[in-house]
Design a protein around this ligand. Structure first.
Ligand code: HEM
Length: 223
């Protein structure tokens, strides 16, 4: 056994003596029962969660350089892509990851719908899942504006136009989302706050509920 492995074992032994973590880790992680017939389709939810974690990690790295200011947003993203070591890779992973996460959440939902797993006692799994789907789409939409390119500008313009179809309140909602009559630096600041605080916070909260409910009912397949 290497010196590092010995040291880890000794430290973990001491921690375990005090906090008795091994049974908890074994029950929840290393000796957990899973369905015998686990297929790829059964992993879409877990994969979406994995991508979410990658998005949080790469998002925090990007935040170290990003400026949510109309004058400097584009420059700050260009700086990350061309001057920061591995910055282009982190930025690419974050933007491609968003697409993968949406695709995986849709595939996960399609499987649940096809196998009719939304029926009693899993109705709340479905409802919390629908909130997660909406939050995932909104995360991608708000993030799309942040690089402040022509594409992001027009994407946000078209996207924020949609609520104008709501009777009576439509125009009011559009102005509320845009923080004014048109897409401007105010919109960028608002989207930034929603993208890095509101939506990730909501997503984590609903994900915890989603996972707790899955633990309560157990997975729909026999273990
Ligand atoms: C960020 C989005 C989501 C994540 C990370 C996620 C994660 C998961 C995970 C890890 C599982 C357990 C394994 C599995 O059956 O795949 C699961 C189960 C489930 N999810 Fe999601 N989910 C998300 C969105 C959704 C959506 C959009 C729906 C439907 C509208 C949904 C409905 C369900 C249901 C009904 C189950 C129970 C499946 C069973 O018991 O076999 N989830 N989810």
């Amino acid at each position: 056994m290497s010196a590092i492995a010995k040291l880890t074992k000794a430290v973990m032994g001491e921690v375990d003596d005090r906090f008795h973590l091994t049974p908890v880790i074994e029950k929840n992680l290393t000796r957990k029962w899973v369905p015998q017939t686990l297929s790829w389709a059964g992993c879409f939810g877990g994969l979406a969660f994995l991508i979410f974690l990658i998005q949080i990690f790469t998002g925090i790295l990007l935040l170290m350089y990003y400026k949510s200011d109309a004058e400097r947003a584009w420059d700050s993203v260009t700086f990350v892509k061309s001057n920061v070591p591995m910055g282009w890779l982190i930025q690419r992973i974050h933007s491609v990851g968003a697409n993968f996460m949406i695709a995986l959440v849709f595939l996960h939902m399609a499987r649940v719908a096809y196998l009719r797993i939304y029926r009693k006692p899993r109705e709340l799994h479905w409802i919390s899942g629908a909130v997660l789907l909406l939050a995932t789409c909104m995360l991608a939409f708000t993030g799309y504006l942040l690089p402040w390119t022509q594409l992001s500008y027009w994407g946000a313009k078209v996207g924020t136009e949609i609520p104008s179809a709501v009777p009576l309140l439509g125009e009011y909602i559009v102005q509320l989302i845009r923080r004014g009559p048109s897409i401007s630096g105010e919109t960028l600041g608002f989207f930034f706050a929603v993208h890095i605080w509101v939506l990730p916070g909501l997503t984590v909260l609903v994900m915890v509920l989603h996972f707790l409910m899955i633990r309560r009912t157990g997975i729909s397949r026999p273990l």
